[in-house]
Design a protein around this ligand. Structure first.
Ligand SMILES: C[S@@+](CC[C@H](N)C(=O)[O-])C[C@H]1O[C@@H](n2cnc3c(N)ncnc32)[C@H](O)[C@@H]1O
Length: 301
């Protein structure tokens, strides 16, 4: 279970979720018609090695990302979410945003792979060991970011708005923000700080995109945690429910809509259909997760 001030690196606790979603992106990139290609995802997987690399070579048939009930849908989910947020950033950059803020950047490689306009600065916030891993691997691979990139090693449960300002973020200029794969790992108080922090620092003409998810009922959540613990005792190393808070400060579409933003929420299932990927049924392992998820983007009106 989570605790105040807990920490991690790229292979432990919440950090390992960044590697897991990067592995899904690397698997998507191997498909004949990928929705999005993140070439750096494979670089990260190979740097970690073990099952993260083996699964890309077809050697890990038991890897969770290879199961029909969960893995195939999870890879589609990550592919769709990558495309949704890539398109969002291209729109925001076209509209003039030159300050990009990746909240919980993890192994997001958009600084390296999207075609940013000149004079764009990308602020990447995450825990120090996650940022160190990313920097070390990409620098070692000879890759350069395609915009000015500033790392902000911080815990997003602490005073990250001050850390962002200290690293040169200018609230008077338009910005584009993302919280992708983040809210579930924050308690409701930190989600509230996240929304109010964005709202107070995002000037006129700013954009925000959030991946939002409805929490489970408390009894459902407890049962899922117990089931995962029991599986862990039998040697199953998968962790998900023990890493999330299962709290929601407010649905993001509503919150931003009520704070002067023009917000549009797209249920993930609708978006999967739109991009031609299957939506799992409610009785599959992935079905309820996908049904609870909404992709949100908003423009400061
Ligand atoms: C599922 S990954 C998503 C990473 C990235 N946004 C992506 O979609 O590829 C979750 C990320 O949230 C970061 N994270 C979660 N809670 C955090 C916190 N309290 N402070 C800083 N980073 C946090 C983790 O370190 C990890 O990189």
């Amino acid at each position: 279970m989570r605790s105040e001030g807990d920490t991690w690196d790229i292979t432990t606790s919440v950090g390992s979720t960044a590697l897991f979603v990067a592995t899904a992106r690397a698997l998507e990139a191997q498909k004949p018609n990928p929705l999005a290609v993140d070439p750096y995802a494979e670089v990260f997987c190979r740097a970690v090695g073990g099952s993260s690399a083996d699964v890309l070579d077809g050697k890990e048939r038991d890897h969770p990302l290879k199961s029909a009930d969960f893995g195939e849908h999870f890879v589609n989910f990550q592919a769709a979410r990558t495309k949704y947020f890539d398109d969002y950033f291209l729109r925001a950059a076209d509209a003039g945003a030159r300050q990009i803020v990746l909240l919980a950047a993890g192994l997001d490689s958009r600084a390296y792979r999207l075609d940013w306009p000149a004079a764009t600065t990308i602020f990447e916030l995450d825990r120090p060991q996650v940022l160190d891993f990313k920097h070390r691997v990409l620098a070692g691979h000879g890759d350069q970011p395609r915009a000015e990139r500033r790392e902000i090693a911080v815990d997003l449960r602490d005073d990250w708005p001050q850390a962002l300002r200290d690293s040169g973020f200018d609230p008077a200029k338009p910005s584009a923000w993302i919280a992708e794969g983040l809210l579930i790992y924050l308690p409701a108080t930190a989600q509230e700080q996240l929304f109010t922090g964005i709202d107070s620092l995002a000037g006129h003409g700013s954009h925000v995109a959030v991946e939002d998810g409805a929490p489970l009922q408390p009894d459902e959540f407890e049962a899922a945690v117990e089931e995962e613990r029991a599986a862990g005792a039998q040697g199953d190393k998968r962790l998900f429910f023990q890493l999330v808070y299962n709290e929601q400060h407010a649905p993001a579409t509503e919150w931003f809509g009520q704070h002067g933003w023009k917000a549009v929420g797209t249920p993930l299932a609708d978006y999967l259909r739109e991009v031609g990927r299957p939506v799992p049924g409610p009785d599959t392992e992935a079905g309820p997760m996908i049904a609870r998820n909404t992709l949100v983007s908003a423009v400061r009106a």
